[in-house]
Ligand binder design. Sequence first.
Ligand SMILES: [Zn+2]
Length: 289
Amino acid sequence: MVDLKQNKAYRIVSHAAANKYAVPATCCYNLEGIIASVRAAEAKKSPVIIQLFPWAIEYADGLLLHAAAEAAAKASVPVAVHMDHAQSPEIIKRAADLGGFDGIMVDMSHYEREENLAKTKELVAYCAERGIITEAEPGRIEGGEDGVADTSGLQGVLTTPDEAEEFVATGIQWLAPSFGNVHGKYGPKGPQLDFERLRGVVGQVSDRVDFVLHGAGTEWFNETLFHQVIDAGIAKCNINDAFNSSFLKVMGEKAANTPLTTLLELVTDEMQKDIERHMDWMKSTGKAW
Ligand SMILES: [Zn+2]
């Protein structure tokens, strides 16, 4: 049996939890996002987690994963590779068998509770046997993001301490609570986060798992809000639009009259700046070992 405590992703997030900061987990869709993540981590002396959706595996037949894994292995700071929102047993097994993922989010949140738990337990064991740690989402986080199956027809369900307990029993290392956080766009009032609920969940199971925030990659999340969620126990924050929007913006503005090589360098630089800013906000800057 592999010792999951030596797993790189596990060590990165455990270190963040122990030292009261959060590690940014960057949802990458292309090589530029991967390069920007590693360059930001090296420039800021911060750990980072590169995340890929199942889409990336299907679209590029594993090539982006292998690029991410090589970038992680060569980096001068701790970098791990994690699959975000893997929503079927087939893709989870395929991802685990490809080699290169340190972690996989076993997201069965589109099933009702009993089936979610049973499937999660089986898939967590499959990953653990291959040295891969797992994240799960008790309850259901509202909304959707590019590359994730649309669950917007399903209502969000907030996580309770009892549910957290049930999911921890499946053998996961990370828990992604639903406490008012939303994938994609927040309403006009911004995030309405239920910190009481988050603290209740954290208090219940923090001796066994670390906590992940989904839905942090929007204009609403600033330094103050990141510090609040970190104070409440979050140790990994997924970001997506927060830097990928720069890819689209620069492409939109410059693609018509810029050579492709220059354009790719420009988008990479802009995404790197966005990620570096988030490292400062999440207090991961300078925390690499
Ligand atoms: Zn998510």
